[in-house]
Design a protein around this ligand. Sequence first.
Ligand SMILES: [Zn+2]
Length: 469
Amino acid sequence: MDPWAPMRAWAACLDWSARMAAIRWTRAGGPPAIEAVQRERLRVLVDFARAHSAFYRKAYRGVAPAVHAVGELPIVRKRELMTHFDEWVTDPQITRRLLETFLADRGHIGERFLGRYVAWKSSGTGGEPGLFVQDPNALATYDALASLQLQTMGMAMRYGWGLLAQGGRAALVTATGDHYAGIASWRRTQRQFPWIEARSYSVLNPLASLVEQLNGYQPAFLASYPTALLLLAGERKAGHLRIAPATLWSFGESLTAAAQAEIEAAFGCPVENDYGASECLSIAFGCREGWLHVNTDWVLLEPVDSDHRPTAPGKPSHTVLLTNLANLVQPVIRYDLGDSVIARSSPCACGNALPAIQVEGRRDDLLTLRAADGGAVRLLPAAIASVIEAAAGLRRFQIVQKGPELLALRLGERDARDRQTSWRRIAGALSQYLSTQSLGNVRIELEEAPPAADLRSGKVRQVIVERRD
Ligand SMILES: [Zn+2]
C-alpha cells in the first residue's frame, strides 16, 4: 500500500471542503457574482485552449483575442474533435492511441491515466463514440458540486443519519462492464476515499439476484438510473427488497415527475435528480419543483434551434451547446451535446436562482417480456444498451419491443458487411443475456429500417416499446 495514501486522502478532503465553501460563497452573491466567475473562467479556458490545443488554435483563428461572450466562438462537434483527438487535448503526453490502449483493459476502470487523469468512453446520444479525459480540477469540482447538492437538499442530515445507522454504505447500480463515466468516477472516488464503504452492482444482474445482494448490503445511499430505481421501487412495494436508504440518486436518464413520486413513495426518502454527461459530469441538479438547475458557475448551457440560434424559454431546443469551465485537459467549448431542453421562463418556485431547465430526450422504455413459464420479466434499457455496446463497439442502434416475446434491432450502419458483422455479434450477446434473465424464448430479428427518431423530441431513443402484447 502507498504510505502517502492517508495524507493524500486528507489533502483531498481539505480541498473538497474548500471548494464547497467557494461555490457557496459565489452563489451567495447572486446572479452578478455567478456571471463574474463564469466570465473569468471562460476567459481562462479559452486562453488555455488557444495556447495548448492545436485544434482550438486553428478553430479560433478568426476570433478576436479578447472573448467577451461565449456566442463569439464557433461551435464544435464530437466527430471533428475525435478525428483531431491528439490536437484537441492540451497535454502533449496524451494521444488517442495511448488512451485507447489504457481503455482496452477493463481491469483499469477508474484508475489514473498517466498518473493524474481519469478517463472514460461513451457512445452519447448521437451514437458517435467519444473518449474523455478529466483533469484533477474537473474531478474535484464535480465532487464538490454533488456534495453541495446533497447538503442543499437537506439530505446531508438524512445521509448523516444513514451513515450512523447503516455504516454509511453506498451502492451504485450501473453498467459496470466497461470504462463508462458512472462506474469510472465511482471507482475513482473509492480509491481516493477508501474509508467510505461503497459497492457497485452490474445492471446485467437478474432482478432477483440484485435484490438479494442489496438486502445483504443494506445501503444508506443508492444511486442508479431512474428505470432501475423504478424497478427496485416495485420490489420494495412487493416486500422483496428490504432496504431503507436515507437518500436515492438518479442519473443517466430523464426522471419524470410520476417516476420520482413512485420511487419516493416506495422508499420513503427523497430522490436526487442529476443531469450530467461524459463531457461534464455535473451539468445540473434537480429541485423539488421538478426542474433541473444548471451549475452556471462551472457550466454554460445554450439551448439552440437547428440553425444554432438561441431557443426562447418555454420552447424545446433542437440541441444544447455545452461549455465545461472546469476541465482544461480536453476543452469542451460550445460543444453540440445533442439533448433537447426547455429553459424555464420565470424564476423557479423553489427559490434557487440558478437557471432551470427540463431535459426532453434520454428517456428509454422499460421492457416487460414474457418468460417461457408465462411470468413477466422486466429489463432495464441501460442493461440492453450496455450488452449491445460491449458486443459491437459503440454504434448507432435501436431495440424495439414488438411483442411479449419479440425484439427487433435497427442498425444505423449503411455498409452491408458492417451491418452483418454487427448483427451477428449483437444477436449472440443479446441471446446470451436474455437466457440469463430466463428469457431464452424471446426472439430477436434484424429490421431493415434504420433507428427512428422520437416524434416529440426528434431524438433517437435506444430502447423503445411498440407493442407489449
Ligand atoms: Zn427549482
